[in-house]
Write a protein that binds this ligand. Structure first.
Ligand SMILES: [Fe+2]
Length: 299
């Protein structure tokens, strides 16, 4: 289950203090070592002017003609060093009705259950906090196809009020946020490892006993790379065809991107068959199953 951590700020910590702690003590792939950073995050979040300063900086840079420094209108990058990003998320109650309300829900991803392909530590910075339904799954139970599902191992309905710290584990903690009753802000520390780029993020339907994959999240790097491959296959040509083989054979790249490029090899039957034979024992369930079934159809 997502960890709820007890830590109260007894001192303050600067951005440098937080990064120094993370880079010297935290293994980004180990949730327990990330959890140990909770007191430093609490100390960092005790700076009551932090988010206003970040927003002012964003607005100033827009006035100076710089590109908007936010990920989305409600999500501000405070700092980024190597694979660690600190972000502020603003959560507002839904004000609108009808079509505009749908827009707001989409911007905030309210009521869409999803996972992330990175671990992240979060603290309520301001307000009563969003409400959230979290279910835990074992990601190894999923093969990654739309409609595939995994049993729900644990479930919790909670919120993120000011001062509360939680650790969401990559792929395990599927969550669906509901709007807060009042303006709320959370700070997130994202642990984005390069090795996770190939890992997909999904939208889920939470059923009584299972979490079922509804779709792929469109904002993830995974989806963007897969779309790039899809377009490259449509464009075609010798230069791109030469790259498709390399991408098919790159296990760190997203399975959907690799499978798109496999499709791109179809015009060259020998290359297509050769690629599928190499993928027959691939580590990715999705790639392996697809290659085996496509190969059996050729025979
Ligand atoms: Fe999320």
């Amino acid at each position: 289950m997502a960890y709820t951590l007890n830590a109260t700020a007894t001192s303050t910590a600067s951005e440098d203090d937080l990064f120094d702690y993370i880079f010297s003590r935290v293994d980004s792939m180990d949730p327990d070592s990330i959890a140990d950073a909770a007191p430093v995050l609490a100390a960092y979040a005790s700076d009551s002017g932090l988010v206003a300063r970040t927003m002012a900086q964003s607005m100033r840079s827009i006035l100076d003609g710089q590109p908007p420094p936010f990920v989305a209108p409600q999500c501000y990058v405070i700092a980024r060093r190597r694979h660690i990003m600190i972000r502020a998320n603003v959560w507002t109650p839904l004000k609108q009705t009808g079509a505009l309300r749908k827009n707001e829900e989409r911007v905030y991803s309210y009521d869409t259950a999803h996972d992330h392909n990175f671990n992240f530590l979060t603290i309520g910075y301001f307000g009563a906090g969003y409400r959230t339904h979290i279910v835990q799954i074992d990601p190894s139970q999923l093969n990654g196809e739309i409609g595939d599902s995994a049993p729900i191992l644990d479930s919790e309905v909670t919120s993120l009020p000011k001062g509360k710290i939680m650790l969401y584990q990559a792929h395990r903690d599927v969550h669906r946020q509901a709007p807060p009753d009042e303006l709320s802000i959370s700070l997130n520390v994202l642990f984005n490892n390069q090795s996770q780029i190939s890992k997909c993020q999904y939208n889920f339907v939470i059923e009584e006993e299972r979490a079922r994959i509804l779709s792929y999240t469109s904002a993830s790097i995974h989806s963007r790379l897969s779309m790039l491959a899809e377009m490259a296959v449509m464009v075609g040509g010798d230069e791109l065809m030469g790259l498709f083989n390399d991408i098919v054979d790159a296990p760190l790249l997203p399975p959907r991107m690799r499978l798109m490029c496999l499709e791109g090899l179809r015009e060259d039957q020998a290359a297509y068959r050769g690629a599928m034979e190499r993928l027959y024992a691939d580590e990715s369930d999705m790639v392996r199953l697809h290659a085996r079934s496509a190969l059996s159809q050729l025979q």
